[in-house]
Design a binder for this molecule. Structure first.
Ligand code: SF4
Length: 379
């Protein structure tokens, strides 16, 4: 299939691996963070790290939207769903399994009588509200800039139809402030973050926002960014571009994913987001702590469709499970196997932390594709 098989070609991958090995300086270490969970998944699935020289390290970043959602926001949705069983709370499948306080999750709240349902899209949630005019339908919306336009669109549609039984808990977060937070502030976990020589910029997010918003990373933090697609050859090509920038002492924003990403991004989607949503002053990220202007809320003009305003919901900060290392993993301070719970009590079937829930989470990706590589080969 065009645009898939070409980017998974093993012969080309081997050639790229040789080229990278030739180009790296032997006495130098290169540490690149893949910001996006989609890249984390692809790197684990295709064994990209194994194709790179030993002195080129890929570090998982905080780009999995399920992983960075703090416990307090999930608790908020659970409290609402349990307190008002007549209401339907719907969200994406992965959100249902994110561990919350008191051993609960949205799925477990459903077992306790809350009407919690899985939807595939924001449009499904809106359609549910149309089908159930006698019930309140609340959509628990998460994601980076990729999934934000569909959320903005359903809010605008609900307003246009004056559909008063529909509202949204908006948890949408923004990529550039998270990269800024990663490169500037100390880790929320108290652990020192690794030195980063470059960032593999996200793919889908950049389709929406374009490459221009990353300019500050190169200018202010003197850190190269290469926006890249999700296929293994995309990632390897981006690593090669980052290696070249480091070797040449450059810090620029480059775009490997030119087949989908432009400098200015999708202007129509940006205008839709700006019409319906506005910046929150602060938002607490799992692993990164509170970051200013890093998340979105619903504008007052659409307050009737803002579940936080409609139901007087309170955002109470809650610490992660004591033994869970998700916070350290999300800021690059630790890897999945540094967690004592990895693969024993914490598995994709029994997640103790958010990083084990979604296939884009670092722990789930390593559990599914990488854990056998940790074991020594049989003699
Ligand atoms: S293995 Fe589980 S508990 Fe440990 S960091 Fe990963 S998700 Fe959190």
């Amino acid at each position: 299939m065009k645009y898939v098989t070409e980017f998974r070609d093993g012969v080309l991958a081997a050639g790229l691996a040789e080229a990278i090995a030739r180009e790296v300086e032997p006495g130098r270490d290169y540490a690149f963070m893949e910001f996006c969970g989609g890249h984390t998944h692809a790197i684990s699935r295709y064994g990209v790290a194994d194709l790179l020289p030993a002195n080129v390290r890929l570090i998982h970043g905080p780009g999995c939207p399920v992983c960075v959602l703090p416990v307090g926001r999930v608790d908020m949705a659970i409290r609402l769903a349990l307190a008002r069983p007549e209401l339907i709370l719907c969200t994406y499948a992965d959100c249902l399994r994110v561990p919350a306080s008191d051993g609960l999750s949205l799925l477990k709240a459903k077992a306790r009588g809350a009407d919690v349902r899985m939807v595939y899209s924001a449009a499904d949630a809106l359609a549910l509200a149309r089908r159930e005019p006698g019930r309140e339908v609340v959509f628990f919306a998460i994601g980076f800039e990729t999934t934000t336009p569909p959320t903005a669109l359903v809010i605008r549609q609900a307003a246009a139809e004056n559909l008063r039984n529909f509202s949204v808990i908006c948890n949408h977060v923004l990529t550039p402030p998270a990269i800024d937070g990663l490169l500037s502030a100390p880790a929320a976990s108290g652990l020192s973050r690794p030195r980063l020589d470059g960032i593999l910029g996200p793919a889908h997010v950049s389709v929406i926002i374009g490459s221009a918003p990353y300019a500050f990373v190169a200018e202010r933090h003197r850190t190269p960014v290469v926006i890249t697609g999700f296929e293994p050859l995309d990632v390897m090509q981006a690593v090669r571009m980052l290696v070249r920038q480091v070797d040449e002492g450059r810090a620029e924003v480059e775009n490997e994913y030119t087949r989908a990403v432009t400098t200015e991004g999708n202007r129509k989607a940006q205008a839709l987001m700006a019409e319906v949503l506005e910046l929150r002053e602060r938002f607490a990220w799992r692993g990164l702590g509170e970051l200013p202007a890093s998340a979105l809320r619903i504008r007052p003009a659409f307050a009737a469709w803002d579940a936080e305003a409609k139901f007087g919901l309170e955002d109470r900060p809650v610490p992660d499970h004591k033994s869970c290392e998700c916070a350290a993993i999300l800021c690059g301070a630790k890897g999945p196997t540094d967690c004592r719970l990895f693969g024993t009590v914490c598995t994709p079937e029994t997640p103790m932390g958010a990083c084990m829930v979604s296939s884009e989470g670092a722990c789930a990706a390593h559990y599914n594709y990488g854990r056998f590589r940790d074991q020594p080969a049989a003699p």
